[in-house]
Ligand binder design. Structure first.
Ligand SMILES: Nc1ncnc2c1ncn2[C@@H]1O[C@H](COP(=O)(O)OP(=O)(O)OP(=O)(O)O)[C@@H](O)[C@H]1O
Ligand SMILES: [Mg+2]
Length: 357
């Protein structure tokens, strides 16, 4: 019967290797047959037992599936070398490519989070703040820069003070952006507030999306700027409050269906569009319950009182957001300062925009 003994500790220099080599020596002296396995890419145990540094294959090859365990045994020892570090990276990818960020603060970063192109990867961002892009002219720093991953979800978070780059850029296959405060600030100088560059299945619901007077681009929400990367291209935009502080007209939502494909489906319901501008131009889709408002119609636009006050025009004027192309687009929550969300009870009369209070 075989017995396995593992010696591990996260902290370095705590005597792991020494314990293993001593146990091995002692048990061998006692007449037991012992296989020592080095699981550290530094290979200290392999050195101690004088295994040829060129020995091949090693434990790294076994874990990467290139060799059997038996082939990697050399003089009753399974050695390790730097190929083990490679195998660890591969295994980490197999075990779980989901990352959750909760209550994280990213300030003055070149790209708050820069995600690779891995369609198995998923990123969830909750109750976090991304702000104050470095003021590097031509640097194009986005507050969040997400590659072609499987799914990006952002909720209860704040994005502010961009500079030339975008507040949120994603190429994910699926994006769910809900109940956030994506607001560059009155003097903000970002480009797009949200760029869903590669199209995909995108749900943008219950957000405040604000563009400042120094914005680099009249568009607040851009979809499909880089063309088509995924088979399913549908954009659902519901109950967002878009606010534009500039004096030139904004283009609140721009769908590049000439780039992402004419079969792109766009559904936009109960959005509130504040300040001069057009919601969409030249894109086809299903639009209902969207309303334009002046900045003066909101509670107090200069102190982020971005709700329609009681008795204001458009209150309760939304359409039923519960069955839009088979999907329920009614907001279940709204952004709550300073970060997070608070629940919204189901309503019969919906008000356009992010706030039902
Ligand atoms: N029981 C002990 N008493 C005194 N010194 C010890 C003891 N065990 C280990 N050491 C010494 O502590 C140092 C670190 O030990 P060792 O290399 O075994 O740690 P380790 O946990 O394997 O380190 P690493 O994280 O670098 O792999 C060595 O110099 C070793 O000789
Ligand atoms: Mg060691």
């Amino acid at each position: 019967m075989a017995t396995k003994i593992a010696v591990l500790s996260q902290k370095g220099g705590t005597g792991k290797t020494t314990a293993v080599r001593t146990l091995t020596d002692v048990m061998r002296l006692a007449g037991l047959k012992v296989l020592a396995v080095d699981l550290d890419p530094q290979g200290n145990l392999s050195d101690y037992f004088d295994v040829d540094p060129q020995a091949d294959p090693t434990i790294g090859d076994v874990l990467a599936g290139r060799a059997s365990a038996k082939q990697a045994v050399h003089d009753d020892l399974m050695p390790a070398n730097l190929t083990l570090a490679e195998a660890e990276l591969t295994l980490a990818g197999k075990m779980g490519r989901e990352l959750t960020l909760r209550k994280a603060l990213f300030y003055d970063n070149e790209h708050g989070v820069l995600a690779t192109n891995d369609d198995k990867a998923e990123l969830l961002i909750e109750s976090s703040i991304f702000g104050r892009a470095p003021k590097v002219v031509g640097g194009l720093h986005h507050l969040l820069n997400i590659g072609r991953i499987g799914k990006l979800s952002i909720t209860g978070s704040r994005f502010q003070q961009g500079f030339e780059g975008h507040l949120i850029r994603s190429r994910a296959r699926e994006a769910v952006i809900s109940y956030n405060f994506i607001h560059d600030g009155v003097r903000g100088g970002a480009s797009y507030e949200i760029e869903l560059a590669a199209g995909g299945l995108a749900t943008v619901i219950g957000n405040v999306i604000g563009q400042g007077v120094d914005g680099q681009n009249p568009v607040l929400l851009a979809y499909g700027t880089e063309g088509r990367a995924w088979d399913r291209n549908e954009l659902y935009v519901a109950h967002n409050t878009f606010v534009h502080y500039g004096w030139l007209p904004a283009w609140f939502m721009r769908v590049f269906d000439d780039r992402v494909g004419a079969d792109t489906k766009v559904f936009a319901v109960n959005n509130l569009l504040v300040g001069p501008g057009v919601f969409w131009l030249a894109a086809s889709g299903d639009f209902a319950g969207n309303r334009h408002a002046t900045r003066g119609m909101l509670q107090d636009i200069w102190t982020n009182g971005l709700e329609l006050p009681p008795g204001a025009m458009w209150r309760g004027s939304g359409v039923d957001p519960k069955r839009i192309n088979g999907r329920d687009l009614s907001p279940k929550a709204e952004f709550e300062w300073p970060v997070g969300t608070r629940a919204i009870a189901p309503l019969t009369n919906w008000t356009p925009g992010a706030y039902q209070r």
